[in-house]
Write a protein of this length. Sequence first.
Length: 398
Amino acid sequence: MPASSPSSAAHLWVAGSDAPEKPELNLGFLPLSDAASLIVAATQGFGEPHGLTLHLHRQPSWSALRDNLLGGRLDAAHSLYGLVYGIQLGLGGAPATDMAVLMGLAQNGQSINLARSLALAGVRDIASFVARVRDPRAQPLTLAHTFPTGTHIFWLYYWLAAQGIHPLRDVRTVLVPPPQMPEHLAAGRVDGYCVGEPWGAAAVAGEQGFTLTTSQAIWPDHPEKVLTCTRAFTERYPNTARALIRTLLDASRFIEENPENRASTAQLISGAAYVNAEPALVAERFLGRYQDGLDHQWEDAHPLAFHRHGAVNPPYLSDGLWFLTQFRRWGLLREEPDYLAIAEAVQCTALYRDAATSLGLEVPATRRHSVLLDGRAWDGSDPAGYARSFDLHALADQ
């Protein structure tokens, strides 16, 4: 991948009051395709015009990333959206800490995958999967996700519930770090999993499993990974935070500037220091080309996205609010939270607006309208009502 940098001299930071207070940053990421903008930014010099030097640190699991972020060994990180809110609220094994979502890094690009043994037993589509779960003679299926307050647990829960399957009663769920998912599937320790790429594609390529559905089929253009740091970091280093947002916006825009950039990015991130997977394995779904392992293939209408002319990157209040509704729906929150106050404290809408407008990007409204696979509309206007509106939830057990 050829080195690249922002094309406009107007991007250069001004020495003095606008200069980053902390010019060298340690950034954490997991080996996933949706970490691409961090990898591109750090390795291709995108931080230099903004006065930043970026050092990448691959993490073995989301819990390790969380602990290193809170312990100060990482300044900022590629993160699961829900992980940030879990830390904010003291859920998932860490003390409550004020957090910041600086920007969105990616939308779409996750998948629910099942073991080849299930396909051989006749589970080849959603209807046969539901029938297998409901079979009173069969053992409950064990399905893996990546973190207790992450995104994959909620894509999995939402999808199961939309099929009339109660995720807390009708199946078993376990936590597995993303790169270990195919190994667990092959060993029979799990029957399926929800994960980011390329670890869904890996099960298909290794003939260990097949892809039953994608996360973008659950929610087209859904929020996925974000750039996060502690709130204390943004308060101590506001110029640095803005510079980091600008840097990642430049890198995200570069990836989607043309097909050649996207292809070369897939090649870059497949390297041993990053995703550590065969380039062809990373490239297919990174480029929006899907095979499900059951002889179906398609060009996805909502592939993994990093920029989309700026639509991916704002820290939308409605995105943060949605994860809070799912915390409440599935019993992670035992009482009604102050939804809006929490989201406004975490989503760095003003910092993002400053950074984006300085690059000439339009900043959309802080709430966006979406329709999920069950036909439910979401815009963040009534989070409490939305959380309680579902037929399947954990609230009746409280």
